[in-house]
Design a protein around this ligand. Structure first.
Ligand SMILES: [Zn+2]
Ligand SMILES: [Zn+2]
Length: 165
């Protein structure tokens, strides 16, 4: 399984390097592409945010088993004030935003980005939200939820994944 990481719009290089390094420890093959612009049509001038579905749609020419977009621009979905990320459940494409993951301690930013990336990858490979607040598939209502949860799947989620194969 190949995970292709695509920087989108604007993102610090150290974040991409760190996410790639961490994902390499957990998944078979990681490829990092050059940055591509965020689609201007995704920008909502009233909200000053980008529509995450439209950003995901703009990634669809990229081949690979799983394509993970990473941006520092703030994302939203209809009906939500913001999203930390979005994925096509059982599809191929997902995106995370680091806009709300900031912390003076860079390591905490990296931890948060890793968790959100693995969370969205979990959706792509077919997992839904998990009630276990330590599981990476737990839904983050706020950054506090992200800090509480771990960076990997709980036993139940791993079982669900294995039963799919
Ligand atoms: Zn989710
Ligand atoms: Zn779980």
């Amino acid at each position: 399984m190949t995970i292709t990481i695509v920087p989108v719009g604007k993102i610090e290089e150290d974040v991409i390097v760190e996410i790639a390094e961490r994902l390499r420890k957990r998944f078979e093959r990681i490829i990092v592409l050059d940055e591509r612009p965020i689609p201007t049509a995704a920008f909502n001038p009233n909200r000053k945010q980008y529509n995450s579905s439209l950003v995901i749609r703009s990634l669809k020419d990229i081949p690979g088993d799983i394509v993970l977009g990473v941006t520092s621009l703030d994302l939203y979905a209809e009906g939500l004030n913001f999203v930390l990320g979005q994925a096509e459940v059982g599809g191929k494409y997902c995106i995370i935003s680091t806009a709300r993951l900031g912390h003076p301690d860079r390591k905490i930013c990296y931890d948060r980005a890793e968790k959100e990336a693995i969370h969205e990858i979990g959706h792509v490979i077919g997992l839904r939200h998990c009630p276990n607040d330590r599981c990476v598939m737990h839904f983050s209502n706020s950054i506090f939820d992200t800090d509480i949860k771990g960076a990997w799947f709980c036993e139940r989620c791993l079982d669900l994944l294995h039963n799919r194969r």
